[in-house]
Every structure is written in structure tokens, then in C-alpha cells.
Design a protein around this ligand. Structure first.
Ligand SMILES: NC(=O)c1ccc[n+]([C@@H]2O[C@H](COP(=O)([O-])OP(=O)(O)OC[C@H]3O[C@@H](n4cnc5c(N)ncnc54)[C@H](O)[C@@H]3O)[C@@H](O)[C@H]2O)c1
Ligand SMILES: O=C/C=C/C=C(\O)C(=O)O
Length: 496
């Protein structure tokens, strides 16, 4: 088979180990890492037990009181830039790691996943250097006044738990600011995507970050590495990205210890297309927001509302483009979509494909599994799918599916569609397509979501707040919001 068509052409490590106190550590229990492209076994991954997690937390605690804890911000920032340099220097290896675990198109791994891994470290290195604190000149009863100022300090040992859908991007979205603020970390990537985090541990070690500052543990959630981490008494905070129900479980796990949490959770995001929108731009935008990364992005729009006068035309245009999407190997030229992350996740998505028909959907495009007549038939591929005709309260219109699928519904009035968009347990993002500037500024603030895009989707400025409302998250990260979460502040009042 040509290297174009297989991930096996990339040299992959036979065993992925934990990284604890500056050393790679194996554990007796391992699990298999399976390629979603062809179902082949690509590596064995060590599964951390409670002792591994305890060793990692202890190493992180000790490192707080070593050279790292005494390091000036500028020195810490320089170290984060060295990590970014290290990822840059091994760019192709990181691309191969992401592609091996997820089967995503190589061009996406290059332009999004690994590029953002570098950007995350550089952004927070620079932000930490310019982080401001507060100073107030205060009045006092004796008229002599007082000064009130705040100092920022690290939270301490931060537990980081990340998902599989954008492995390096989301892992470093947490690791970078946590380190920039002087914390030490114990980080667990998803069991579905262990490779790039393991490579990052090598880069962090080689950048000269002191042992114990960054610790990596592999494993699952409940009754495995994830739960051992959230329940560890010496963890000072947990930052988590994943499903809303997992967030709720983690919240219970940390409640007794009153740990600080930052949650970036699920979504059932909407796109709304008004008749006055740039039609071609809206179609292209909704294609991106529906099918990027095989729909496995928390920001994807699984609900699409289109003004009635252009509804039939819009559906027809989406159908044509969806049926033209190229589904294939990661390294194929112009490939648009790869597989889902796993056979298990594919079973979940296919269960919704069946449910939609039971709920009365019209299947406009897709609805099944593509046939390749080669090894990819052993992978986790599904067809990109479009539905119409479901009621707003259908499970396929209210529950997060996290696959390459959207339901398109017509609407008649602005106030009507705002109400329908907000009638959701989630509130992560929304994309509004309109050429009417006043409408954009009128509608956007009424949307119950953390992020609203107008005439674009997933355009990111890393200084902005990122997070969701309702079941989509707790808190915000990004820019100074990350500095605020990953620091403690003490207010000091000096009597003049
Ligand atoms: N809001 C965001 O920014 C954002 C970004 C990406 C993904 N997501 C969401 O993540 C989900 C997909 O990712 P996933 O399937 O990996 O989510 P998941 O919740 O199944 O797992 C996420 C991580 O949590 C760990 N975990 C699971 N149960 C745990 C427990 N009881 N204790 C500690 N750790 C536990 C997993 O091992 C994994 O590392 C989707 O719902 C998606 O919307 C949200
Ligand atoms: O799947 C969810 C994507 C999250 C994206 C980010 O957190 C980001 O772009 O910083």
C-alpha cells in the first residue's frame, strides 16, 4: 500500500508511557490504540493506576517549591516559547501523531491542530509577561488614605483532563496557560488520542522544564486515571474539556475538596441563515460548521435554521455540496473528511442516524456508512448527513450527536428563530448569517451562548473569552480569562 493511503507509514511508538517527574514511566496495565482509518492496532498505551497518579501529583507539588517556583515570569515565558519552538521543530511528527490517532485529513492536522498547539504556548507566554494586577488609591476615615493592590500567584497543582476531538489543540489550550501562570500540572489526554501528548512530554523535557512541572498520565475516566486525578486530595484545581455529563461527574468528585473548576462542555449549536445573507458564503460557512473534523468539534452546528423564502434553495445547495465531499485517507489530495474517532463513537452516531428516521426525518443526504471496498471498511467512517422535517423537540434536534450531521429547519420571523435557538439545554456557540448589520447587532446579544459568530465560523482570537453557558460549561478561558482562572490573587491594603 502506498504511504499516501496508510498511517502505518509513519513511525509510531510501540508503547506510550506516562511522564512523571521528568522520566517516562511504564505501568503494567496497558490498552490498545486503534487506528480509526483501518481498525489496525497502532500502539499499546500504559494505563495509570492510583499509585502512578499519586507519584505525579507528589512530583508536581515538589516542583512548585523548586527552581520553577522561584522562576521569574520572563524566564517562564521564555521556556514556553522554547516548547513552542520544540513543537515547530518536530512539526511533522506531531502531525503524524494526530493523524494516527484520529484519521483526520493531514491538511487539517497541519493548519489547525499542530499550528494551534504552537500558538497556544506562544500566546500565553506573552500574555503572562503583560498580565496586569489591580491598584486602587483608597480613601480612609482619617483622610490619609490607603493603597489597595493585588498580586497574582499560581493556583498550585492543576489537574488537566482533555478530550479526543482536537487532541493537541485542546490539551495545550490548558497546559500552556497553567504553566504560564507558574502552576505545575498533571495532565491526562483522552484514551482515544494519547500520541501527541506523549510527544509533547518529550518536547517539554527537552526544553529544559524542571522535572515535576509537567506530568503526563494515560488512562480512562471513571475508576481509572481520570477519576484518580480528580479525587486526589493534593490537586488544587481541575480544568476539564469533555461531555457535559462527565463534567457533572467530575464536579461531584471535587466537591468535597472544594477545588476550583473550569469546564468546557458539550453543545448543540445553531446556525441561522437570514434571507438577506450572502447565499454562497452562508452555504460554504454552514458546510464548514457542519462537517469540519467529521463534525467532531464542540462548536459545530448540528441545528441549522434558514429563513423560509430561501429554505428550499439552501437545502438543495447543501445537499449538492455534501454529496460532493471527498471522504478518504488522511493524506489523500483534497480529502474533506476522515473517519470518526472510534467504532464505539461511530455506533453512537449511527444510532442517531437510525433514530432520525424513526422520528420522521427526511434524509436529504447521507444517513449511512460509505463503502470503500478496501481496508477503510474496517475503519470508523460514516456518511456526512443532512436531515429536514423533524420537530424542534426531536431527540436528534436536542441531543448532541458529535458527528457529521445537521438538521435544517425553516423559520419565518427573527423573534421566532431566536426563541428556538435558545430553547436548548446547551449554550456554547451560534453562527448568524446576515447582511444586515443592525440585525447582527440586535440578534447576537440575544443568543444564549458563550460565543456568537457573524458571517463566519470558528474564527479565533486567543485573547477572547471562550466557554459556554447552561450545560455547555462553567467559566471562561482565553486571554486574561485564563490568567484569572490559573492564578490566585491576594489583595493587599497599605495604610498611608
Ligand atoms: N466546550 C468545549 O470547548 C469542548 C471542546 C471539545 C470537546 N467538547 C466536548 O467533549 C465531548 C467529546 O469528547 P470526549 O468524548 O472525550 O468527552 P468525555 O467526557 O467522554 O471525555 C473527556 C475526557 O474526560 C475523561 N473522563 C471521562 N470520564 C471521567 C471521569 N469520571 N473522571 C475524570 N475524567 C473522566 C476522559 O478519559 C477524557 O480524557 C463532546 O461532548 C464535546 O462537545 C467540548
Ligand atoms: O471542539 C471544541 C473546540 C474547542 C476549541 C477551542 O477551545 C479553541 O479554539 O481554543
Amino acid at each position: 500500500m502506498s504511504s499516501l493511503n496508510s498511517t502505518s507509514s509513519v513511525h509510531l511508538r510501540p508503547q506510550l508511557r506516562h511522564f512523571i517527574n521528568g522520566e517516562f514511566v511504564a505501568s503494567a496495565k496497558t490498552f490498545r490504540n486503534i487506528s480509526p482509518v483501518d481498525g489496525k492496532h497502532i500502539a499499546d498505551v500504559c494505563e495509570a493506576d492510583a499509585n502512578n497518579v499519586d507519584a505525579a501529583v507528589k512530583a508536581a507539588q515538589a516542583a512548585l517549591h523548586g527552581p520553577w517556583g522561584r522562576m521569574a515570569v520572563s524566564e517562564r515565558a521564555a521556556m514556553l516559547h522554547k516548547i513552542a519552538d520544540g513543537i515547530q521543530a518536530r512539526f511533522d511528527e506531531f502531525v503524524a501523531a494526530e493523524v494516527a490517532d484520529t484519521g483526520r485529513p493531514v491538511h487539517q492536522a497541519r493548519t489547525l491542530d499542530v499550528a494551534r498547539g504552537i500558538a497556544n504556548f506562544r500566546t500565553f507566554a506573552d500574555l503572562a509577561k503583560t498580565a496586569n494586577t489591580d491598584l486602587f488609591q483608597s480613601e480612609s476615615a482619617d483622610g490619609l488614605g490607603a493603597l489597595n493592590y493585588t498580586v497574582r500567584k499560581p493556583l498550585g497543582v492543576v489537574g488537566i483532563i482533555s478530550p479526543w476531538n482536537l487532541p493537541l489543540l485542546l490539551f495545550t489550550w490548558k497546559v500552556a496557560p497553567a504553566l504560564a501562570c507558574g502552576n505545575t500540572v498533571v495532565a491526562k489526554p483522552s484514551e482515544e488520542s494519547p500520541s501527541s501528548a506523549t510527544l509533547l512530554a518529550e518536547v517539554i523535557r527537552d526544553a529544559g522544564v524542571p522535572p515535576g512541572v509537567f506530568n503526563l498520565i494515560h488512562g480512562f475516566g471513571g475508576n481509572s486515571a481520570g477519576e484518580f486525578l480528580t479525587r486526589h486530595p493534593d490537586i488544587d484545581a481541575i480544568t476539564f474539556t469533555g461531555e457535559s455529563k462527565t463534567g457533572s461527574t467530575i464536579m461531584k468528585a471535587v466537591a468535597d475538596g472544594m477545588k476550583e473548576v473550569s469546564f468546557e462542555l458539550g453543545g448543540k449549536n445553531a446556525a441561522v441563515v437570514f434571507a438577506d445573507a450572502d447565499f454562497d458564503a452562508a452555504v460554504a460557512g454552514v458546510m464548514r460548521s457542519s462537517f469540519t473534523n467529521s463534525g467532531q468539534v464542540c462548536l459545530c452546528s448540528e441545528r441549522v435554521y434558514v429563513e423560509r423564502s430561501i429554505f428550499d434553495r439552501f437545502v438543495a445547495a447543501m445537499k449538492e455540496k455534501t454529496q460532493a465531499l471527498k471522504i478518504g485517507y488522511p493524506a489523500e489530495d483534497n480529502v474533506d473528511m476522515g473517519p470518526l474517532i472510534s467504532h464505539g463513537h461511530r455506533d453512537k452516531v449511527l444510532s442517531y442516524y437510525r433514530l432520525a428516521v424513526e422520528e420522521g426525518a427526511t434524509v436529504v443526504a447521507g444517513g449511512g456508512i460509505p463503502t470503500f471496498n478496501d481496508e477503510r471498511d474496517d475503519g470508523a467512517y460514516v456518511q456526512p448527513t443532512i436531515w429536514t422535517g423533524l420537530p424542534d423537540d426531536a431527540r436528534c434536534v436536542t441531543e448532541e450527536i458529535f458527528g457529521p450531521v445537521c438538521h435544517i429547519a425553516p423559520f419565518d420571523r427573527e423573534d421566532e428563530v431566536i426563541g428556538r435557538i435558545n430553547d436548548s439545554d446547551y449554550g456554547l456557540t451560534c453562527a448568524i448569517w446576515t447582511s444586515d448589520l443592525k440585525r447582527a447587532h440586535r440578534v447576537a446579544p440575544q443568543i444564549e451562548a458563550g460565543l456568537v459568530w457573524v458571517n463566519t465560523w470558528y474564527l479565533r482570537d486567543l485573547r477572547t473569552p471562550f466557554g459556554g453557558v447552561k450545560q455547555s460549561g462553567l467559566g471562561r478561558e482565553g486571554g486574561r480569562y485564563s490568567l484569572d482562572f490559573y492564578s490566585e490573587v491576594t489583595n493587599i491594603c497599605i495604610k498611608l
